[in-house]
Write a new protein. Structure first.
Length: 107
């Protein structure tokens, strides 16, 4: 699964990102699930968020979004996000990475 780290987000702000990683996933727009987890080893998330497939010709990318209400509920720290593709009873991890939530001070 590709790893795509996100730059720091600030609690209370909206966040949106379109990944630069493309897949051929035509016809699966309602088959995504996105989570924020405290550790890679966790199977459940502390927060679900919106992800969608952005169609572009023969390939697709992902757009992930968090509302200001969702980011307000996150304490400062580094989390893991994961975009999952659901197909019948199977679940595949398509995209994941670190999600740092600030503010962090520069030394």
């Amino acid at each position: 699964m590709p790893n795509y780290n996100i730059e720091e987000i600030t609690p209370g702000t909206t966040f949106s990102l379109t990944s630069g990683i493309s897949y051929n996933l035509s016809g699966v727009s309602n088959s995504l699930k996105s989570l924020i987890k405290e550790k890679y080893s966790k199977t459940t998330g502390i927060l679900s968020f919106t992800s969608s497939i952005v169609e572009s010709g023969n390939s697709n990318t992902f757009k992930i979004s968090l509302t200001s209400t969702q980011t307000s509920g996150l304490s400062a720290g580094v989390y893991i996000y994961e975009v999952l593709f659901l197909s019948g009873s199977n679940t595949y991890s398509l995209l994941d990475g670190y999600l740092p939530v600030g503010p962090f001070s520069a030394f």
